[in-house]
Design a protein around this ligand. Structure first.
Ligand code: PYR
Length: 645
């Protein structure tokens, strides 16, 4: 079967193999494993029938039981005629410029475009901010070709990075690289964008420099186009590394200034307009292609957007500017319109049913408002409606991960919690039994930020402030208590590491003597944390992983392991037991099957299993297992399952 896989592989047929093709092509090995795939799938479904889903959210079962309807797109050439043929992806879009002429030409064309362009965040930040990052690849795949047509004029689709990398392996049991590769084939025309945490890659900590170069190179090789590179403290030394890695990899480098405070408010004196202009000067000196303004909490009010983007535009007339925000307070649509009017080239939106609140502003609202100005986005109303029909259903499917945020919250202007963290902290707070004290957590978050020295708050620095706040709530500590007893308190490790300098240097430095009181005799780092780290030996890691997990380990697995060693190992353990579940429709992945329910699961091209849960047996005498009876293509099998209850 291996030889068959090799001889029938697209790349092999096209005669485009390279010397390490076999080594670098996971599907060859993964498909060999398909022989026992059905067996493993039954083990998963059996476990689900007995124990329920291990990743179930706090809100019960998925809210959609019906088949999802895939919308048809209107044919613009014949609106009243038959729908557009979307059986093949659209080939025309902004990515062609990147592929044919490179990142500089792309940046120039974006700047010269007379309207405003959009980035759609639906596949990344929207679900990170609303649904705990739980969106599975299959639910993007099912709408990918339609998206390639509907959003052909988009600047990019944000579909990777941020928390998606971690959550894909940790909770969804998916390979994040497979997501990138699979979607790339279905959307060849729209640039793919990832959010990268500079020297923290897609993790929560600093890595040796060669890990960041390796990650960026692999990302481009596997289909990524644009890197939005930020640092969680706006620490330039960390950013420089991420910028260089993105450029050396051949990607479009969109370097980011994270936005905090309020430039239009004279009482906010730390992060002023001058601070941002000076920071942009530093970024520009690195030869970036695009400037990103990352308003991760949704603090940028329209007047502030006008001032900030207006000032940058005046100073740098040729620099493309891309603005990102969150709608937590309900103001982001107005701010994106103000940013566009002040000279932004690209604004971030999410499809309507995945927009608003802690997510990005609505695509329909922003595009239709811009349509009435000189700054149209080239995205059609009818297409937005069609995509939205799909995402309305998908959002229901994932309703178990909703964080129960029901309304806007302008208190964000005080606590400055990033959109993704807002829902996440609410979720965590309720799991720790602190749910009723949500207001208290917000209050302590403000105090924890002050104790840290009023830092930029975005992953991972926001996690430090969040952990600090939760620590203060659960130990009933005021800010004064912390200052008074800092030498004796047992702080969360993320807080200690922040004060040691493991994330980098915050603007304005660390508050003293608090720093010394918290870290005590532990080492302190006063420069770039990754600078002193030994480079990694990827070959050695690969061979160790292969001895541990088998020959299917490829180079991108090594990169996953480097970013998340423990998560990767657990993910491999899961694969060993249950196989690759990416083929399983989300409803069956998340919820207990009902007895008698028939599931059609296509495990590979041309091979569909018809599965029916027949019965769940009693606990076997003297054991803790039950037999689950499952019919597969007409044949009944007993699957022994450990009852974890
Ligand atoms: C992330 O790094 O995950 C953000 O969304 C900021």
């Amino acid at each position: 079967p291996f030889l068959f896989r090799l001889l029938t592989h697209d790349v092999f047929i096209a005669g485009k193999t390279w010397t390490t093709f076999i080594d670098d092509t996971p599907d060859l090995f993964r498909l060999v494993q398909s022989q026992n795939r059905a067996q493993k799938l039954l083990a998963y479904l059996g476990d689900l029938a007995v124990n329920g889903s291990s990743i179930k959210g706090q809100m019960g079962e998925p809210g959609l039981k019906d088949e999802i309807v895939i919308p048809k797109l209107q044919n613009p050439a014949d609106p009243d005629g038959p729908p557009l043929d979307t059986s093949v992806p659209c080939e025309k879009g902004w990515r062609n410029i990147i592929v044919e002429k490179g990142p500089e030409a792309f940046a120039k064309a974006v700047r010269e475009y007379p309207g405003v362009l959009i980035m759609d965040t639906t596949w990344r930040d929207a679900h990170q901010s609303l649904l705990a990052t739980r969106l599975r690849t299959t639910d993007m795949v099912n709408i990918a070709k339609e998206t390639s047509w509907a959003l052909a004029n988009a600047y990019s689709l944000e579909m990777w990075g941020g928390a998606t990398f971690d959550v894909a392996m940790r909770f969804l049991y998916e390979d994040p690289w497979d997501r990138l590769r699979t979607l790339r084939k279905l959307v060849p025309n729209i640039p793919f964008q990832a959010l990268v945490r500079g020297a923290n890659g897609v993790g929560y900590t600093s890595y040796p420099d060669n890990a960041i170069y390796d990650f960026s190179k692999k990302a481009v090789e596997n289909g990524l186009d644009i890197f939005r590179v930020f640092d969680s403290l706006n620490y330039f030394e960390n950013l420089k590394l991420g910028i260089d890695a993105a450029k050396k990899a051949g990607g479009v480098c969109e370097a980011v200034v994270c936005y905090s405070g309020d430039v239009a408010n004279p009482k906010k004196t730390k992060y002023t307009l001058q601070y941002y202009l000076d920071f942009v000067d530093q970024l520009v000196s690195e030869g970036i292609h695009v400037l990103g303004i990352k308003d991760m909490a949704g603090l940028l009010k329209p007047q502030s957007a006008t001032m900030l983007i207006g000032a940058i535009r005046k100073k740098y007339p040729d620099l493309p500017i891309h603005v990102h925000s969150h709608d937590t307070a309900g103001i982001a649509t107005a701010s994106m319109l103000a940013a566009a009017a002040a000279g932004a080239d690209v604004v971030d939106v999410a499809i309507d049913s995945m927009s608003g609140l802690t997510s990005q502003p609505s695509m329909g609202a922003v595009c239709m408002a811009l349509e009435q100005t000189e700054l149209g986005t080239g995205i059609r109303y009818a297409d937005i409606q069609a995509l939205n029909l799909y995402w309305t259903q998908v959002r229901l499917l994932y309703s178990c991960f909703e964080a129960n945020v029901r309304a806007s919250d302008s208190s964000v202007f005080d606590h400055e919690m990033p959109g993704g963290q807002y829902t996440n902290l609410m979720f965590q707070a309720s799991q720790l039994g602190l749910g009723t004290q949500w207001t208290e957590i917000k209050k302590k978050y403000i105090e924890a930020n002050e104790l840290c020295g009023d830092v930029i708050k975005v992953t991972p620095s926001s996690k430090v402030v969040g952990d600090f706040a939760q620590f203060m709530v659960s130990n009933k500590l005021s800010k004064a208590d912390v200052i008074k007893n800092a030498e004796n308190l047992d702080f969360p490790s993320s807080v200690v590491e922040f004060f040691q300098g493991y994330l980098g240097q915050p603007y304005g430095g660390f508050p003293e003597p608090l720093r010394t009181h918290i870290i005590r005799s532990k080492p302190r780092i006063d420069g770039r944390p990754g600078a002193g780290m030994e480079p990694l030996d990827f070959k050695k890691i690969k061979s160790e992983l292969r001895s541990k997990f088998g020959k299917h380990i490829v180079d991108t697995d090594v990169t996953s392991y480097v970013m998340y060693p423990k998560v990767f190992e657990e993910y491999q353990g899961f694969l060993e037991k249950y196989g690759d579940l990416s083929v399983l429709p989300t409803r069956y992945f998340l919820s207990k099957p009902e007895v008698g329910e028939e599931m059609h699961i296509s495990i590979e091209k041309g091979k569909t299993l018809i599965i029916r849960l027949m019965a769940v047996g009693p606990v076997v005498e003297g054991k803790t297992t039950r037999d689950v009876w499952i019919e597969v293509n007409g044949e009944v099998r007993a699957v022994p399952v450990e009852d974890k209850n």
